[in-house]
Design a protein around this ligand. Structure first.
Ligand code: PMP
Length: 400
């Protein structure tokens, strides 16, 4: 017998199940609404600036020796500048502990482990709904969490009053996880005015904001505008955490490049905080991978490439908006149910919660070959303009 006889199976990965079913489906009208990457007309997409940066890197002939525990210094510098703005006093005063991480997931995980180790009694507060991995990450790090209302599925709007009430009701000093922009899965972000009120409550309750910024640039098309919330909270003088990912906005999914930034009230504290992050990294993977960090350093650190990237991000955001517009028009023009589909064009980023129940999601899949995850989240990243009409027919049919 095997020494591993007693090992039980882990829970099945719902994405993997969908991938297999989708691959096996021979219908030529099948639609992939679960893919987590942004694609262009069904094709995986590599940004031009990434190709250019890689060419430069090859020409330079850089070596492959280890990075320090906290990653590539040039990367850490530019990633904090991209987030906070290069002239932000927190950067100039050396008050940010920035550490390269294994994309957004690794950044969140490092932060959760940091919270567990240094704030053993703290609780986290996460949005309802949220990206499912947030729960897995906090569970794994043994940080207890509860949820705050974020979204009203009936009106398909931000449940702002619920959000404020729940943040207010949480124990003082909770870590409040906020999606910096392009909320996953609802696509609904607070307005600037609402962000101000959220900051008020967080200050009043002495909470610690913990931003997840996985889509900077995808909401408005502008990298600075999408950092509005983070910068507002920093301007208020709050100490906070920010996880960053270059998966989406530079299309570096598989390179696993991101960062965790912890803004502290003094540079001395930032040094100590950074040393704690390094000691979490040491036994886990010792030091992070080079390639993605070099790409980011070359793109964000070079004025010409940085400008070109801004244009590419704007194009992606515009294309996502045109997909939303096409889907909205296709749904509205033939639908006689009186249902208001305008939420689709009001949302930001690549996700939308269309509000289908399980039976309707099954109908989408079995009758129309449209595949989506079971919370009914649509990812527009895997949709082509020419599929919008067909998808609208599938949605209308499934709702009736
Ligand atoms: N946070 C949110 C809200 C996300 O949607 C994602 C990507 N699905 C991530 C973090 C992290 O992704 P990655 O680890 O690929 O950077």
């Amino acid at each position: 017998g095997s020494r591993f006889e007693g090992v039980t199976s882990g829970p099945p990965d719902p994405y993997y199940e969908l991938l297999e079913a989708f691959e096996a489906d021979t219908s030529d009208t099948k639609v992939n609404l679960w893919v987590r990457a942004y694609r262009v007309e069904l094709q995986p997409f590599v940004l031009n600036v990434v190709k250019k940066a890689e060419k430069l890197m090859l020409e330079k002939g850089e070596d492959k020796e280890y990075l320090p525990m906290d990653g590539l210094a040039e990367f850490n510098k530019v990633t904090a500048e991209l987030l906070f703005g290069a002239n932000n006093p927190v950067i100039q005063e050396g008050r940010v502990a920035t550490v390269q991480a294994l994309s957004g997931t690794g950044a969140l995980h490092l932060a959760a482990a940091f919270i567990h180790g240094n704030f053993p009694n703290a609780k986290a507060l996460i949005s309802s709904p949220t990206w499912s991995n947030h729960k897995t990450i906090f569970d794994d790090a043994k940080v207890p969490y509860s949820e705050y209302r974020h979204y009203d599925p009936i009106s398909k709007q931000l449940d702002f009053d619920g959000m404020i009430a729940d943040i207010k009701a949480a124990p003082h000093g909770s870590f409040v996880l906020l999606h910096g922009c392009a909320h996953n899965p609802t696509g609904m972000d607070p307005t600037p005015d609402q962000w101000g009120k959220i900051a008020d409550i967080i200050q009043e309750k002495n909470h610690i904001p913990f931003f997840d910024v996985a889509y900077q640039g995808f909401a408005s098309g502008n990298l600075d505008a999408d950092a509005y919330a983070v910068r507002l909270f920093v301007e208020r003088g709050l100490e906070l955490l920010v996880a960053q990912s270059y998966g989406k906005n530079l299309g570096l999914y598989g390179e696993r490049i991101g960062a965790i930034n912890i803004v502290c009230s003094s540079s001395e504290t930032a040094v100590r905080v950074k040393s704690q992050l390094k000691w979490l990294i040491r036994p886990e993977y010792s030091n992070p991978p080079l390639h993605g960090a070099r790409i980011v350093a070359n793109v964000v650190g070079d004025p010409a490439l940085f400008n070109e990237w801004k244009q590419e991000v704007e194009l992606i955001s515009r294309r996502l908006k045109s997909l939303r517009q096409r889907l909205f028009e296709s749904l509205s023009c033939k639908d006689r149910s009186g249902r208001d589909w305008s939420f689709i064009v009001k949302e930001n980023g690549i996700f939308s919660l269309i509000g289908l129940n399980k039976a309707q999601i099954d109908n989408m899949r079995n009758k129309w070959h449209v595949y989506m995850i079971k919370d009914g989240r649509m990812s527009l990243g895997g949709l082509s303009l020419s599929q919008c009409e067909y998808l609208a027919d599938a949605i209308r049919d499934s709702f009736h």
